[in-house]
Design a protein around this ligand. Structure first.
Ligand SMILES: [Zn+2]
Length: 275
């Protein structure tokens, strides 16, 4: 299992955590578009964040994280469903600086939760704060959710590793000092540590604490696009516009921005849509 998420908890401290590794899945995302190195790094970070946050929610559903800025890097988007299947993309125009704040400029962090099999969703839109994506997410949880959270993200050429620590929601037994102490110990983590067995790594980071390892989940890249969903998108297009494209190109195409899949609809298919 190359792409995996390991959950753990500090039972006595009311703190939970996750260790994440993305390998094959990240490679698949990188194959879809040619991303400059600087964008690759930030895309890896947002993908890992979305995967880890998706594993913190109680209901079956999907998490979408978006960074929308006025900088050269105008969009970073990552989505992960309840089965830890993720996808993501980035949009930029020009040379993207390596510094997060400089690349995205000022803008918003948008967090959306979609509850599976219902139309229910929750969305939070907050100003991007901090010098990195992890700081922006941490500040959202501290200020909007009152849920102290820390994230460590490492992006290599084709690999992403992450560590998350978060106070258990609704657990009053947690002590601020204990969380700060654990977070301080976690600062010692290095990207190469993720090659260790999770138990060994956790013991190395938190030798004095009682850490209970919970389940390990496999994580993978998956795009939810389909011909049916593309048809829905086409139905939303004004009829005149569809007709114009058909007259000129004989087919209307719908491109999936996430995976580059192209869905083609000819006159006959489009005729069916108006029914
Ligand atoms: Zn797709």
């Amino acid at each position: 299992m190359s792409d995996k998420l390991q959950r753990f908890i500090f039972e006595k401290l009311g703190v939970r955590g996750q260790l994440l590794q993305l390998d094959d899945g990240f490679k698949e995302v990188l194959l879809k578009h040619e991303y400059p190195l600087t964008v690759r790094k930030m895309l890896g970070e947002i993908l890992a964040s979305a995967v880890m946050l998706s594993a913190t929610i109680k209901f079956a559903g999907a998490v979408t994280l978006q960074i929308q800025g006025d900088g050269v890097l105008s969009l970073l988007l990552a989505q992960c469903d309840g089965k830890q299947q993720f996808r993501g993309l980035a949009k930029w125009d020009g040379e993207v600086p390596g510094d997060f704040s400089e690349a995205v400029g000022s803008g918003q962090l948008v967090i959306t939760l979609n509850v599976e099999k219902t139309a229910e969703n929750y969305q939070a839109v907050v100003e991007i704060k901090g010098k990195s994506l992890s700081q922006a997410i941490e500040s959202y949880f501290d200020e909007s959710e009152q849920l102290p959270t820390r994230l460590w993200l490492f992006v290599g050429e084709t690999k992403v590793c992450g560590l998350l620590l978060q106070v258990m929601p609704g657990d009053d037994s947690y002590e601020e000092d204990a969380f700060s102490r654990i977070a301080e110990l976690a600062e010692a983590i290095k990207p190469e540590d993720f090659a260790l067995n999770s138990l060994v790594l956790l013991h190395q980071l938190f030798p004095e604490d009682d850490v209970r390892v919970l389940g390990e989940t496999s994580v993978c890249f998956h795009c939810h696009c389909s011909r049916e969903r593309s048809e829905q998108a086409l139905k939303m297009m004004p009829k005149e516009e569809r007709e114009e494209i058909l007259a000129e190109h004989k087919v209307v195409t719908v491109n999936c921005e996430f995976c580059n899949q192209v869905y083609e609809f000819d006159r006959e298919d489009v005729g069916d849509l108006s029914k």
